[in-house]
Design a protein around this ligand. Structure first.
Ligand code: KIV
Length: 276
């Protein structure tokens, strides 16, 4: 069953946690979809996690479209969300044009980073019937990769709560809360009608999102994340084993090779002899 916004709102109503993972490639998309994830999210974290960029600000529309198309081929049921890269929503016109490119390449919704200043863009997208997910708190495109916790003082907490309400009123359909104190995330979750998806924002959001590389153990560990596999170690071991097997003649074996029938081989050898 294809998961749409109504399905995600229903989960919020029923207090069933919404599950979200970032995804950058086809095979991982197939596995996430088959496992039943609610939202497959092509984040601009593709830049630092997959493309070797130093910062999210280097990610382009072309990068995002390339990875979106790969992921889309693997997704059947999950809601497919894609990140607007740095400066691609610089103004309303550009945001609408780029969001339409994402939708025509199979995205169900588009995520934007930023606070209350994004209200006009969210409004314009909503008027075009484009589903948006906003993203407040720590914004890697704006604050860089060093994430400080947001919502620790009265003024900052108030600003976050007001931003969430204004963005929801403007027509945002989902909201990511990144690196926000648990108490303020809970207040936002209870005061907006739209589902909140937390990352480093505590236990009381409507859903959780993690970067797939952190889940698989492909990156340095973060406090907000949990490693479910030690990819780095397992992959390094596999590479060492491969090198060793090739060097020692252990790979390939007969089971890995194809043969020509002996009568045909005899013909080839006879022909070769006649050519010499
Ligand atoms: O791009 C990304 O991975 C994100 C998550 C941190 C939500 O925006």
């Amino acid at each position: 069953m294809k998961k749409d916004i109504a399905y995600l709102y229903d989960k919020k109503q029923q207090q069933q946690p919404i599950t979200v993972l970032t995804c950058y490639d086809y095979p991982t998309a197939c596995l996430q979809d088959e496992a039943g994830i609610d939202i497959v999210f092509v984040g601009d974290s593709v830049g630092t996690n997959i493309l070797g960029y130093k910062s999210e600000t280097e990610v382009t529309m072309a990068d995002m479209l390339h990875h979106l198309r790969a992921v889309r081929r693997g997704v059947t049921d999950a809601y497919l969300l894609v990140d607007m890269p740095y400066a691609a929503d610089r103004d309303v016109e550009q945001a609408v044009t780029n969001a339409k490119l994402f939708l025509s390449d199979g995205a169900d919704g588009v995520k934007l980073e930023g606070g209350i200043e994004k209200v006009p863009i969210v409004k314009a997208l909503a008027e075009q019937g484009i589903e948006t997910c906003v993203h407040i708190g720590h914004n890697p495109q704006i604050h860089g990769s060093k994430a400080a916790t947001h919502g620790k003082t009265f003024t900052k907490a108030k600003r976050l709560i007001e931003a969430a309400a204004a963005l929801a009123d403007a027509g945002a359909k989902l909201i990511v809360l990144e690196k926000i104190t648990e108490e303020i995330s809970q207040i936002i979750t209870e005061t907006v009608d739209i589902p909140t998806i937390g990352i480093g924002a505590g236990r009381y959001c409507d859903g959780q999102v993690l970067v797939i590389n952190d889940v698989l153990g492909m990156a340095r560990p973060f406090k907000h994340a949990r490693r479910y596999q030690d990819y780095d170690h397992l992959t390094f071991e596999a590479i060492l084993q491969y090198i060793n097997d090739v060097e020692n003649g252990e790979f390939p074996r007969d089971e890995n090779v194809a043969h020509i029938a002996s009568d045909k081989l005899a013909r080839v050898q006879k022909w070769l002899k006649s050519e010499r």
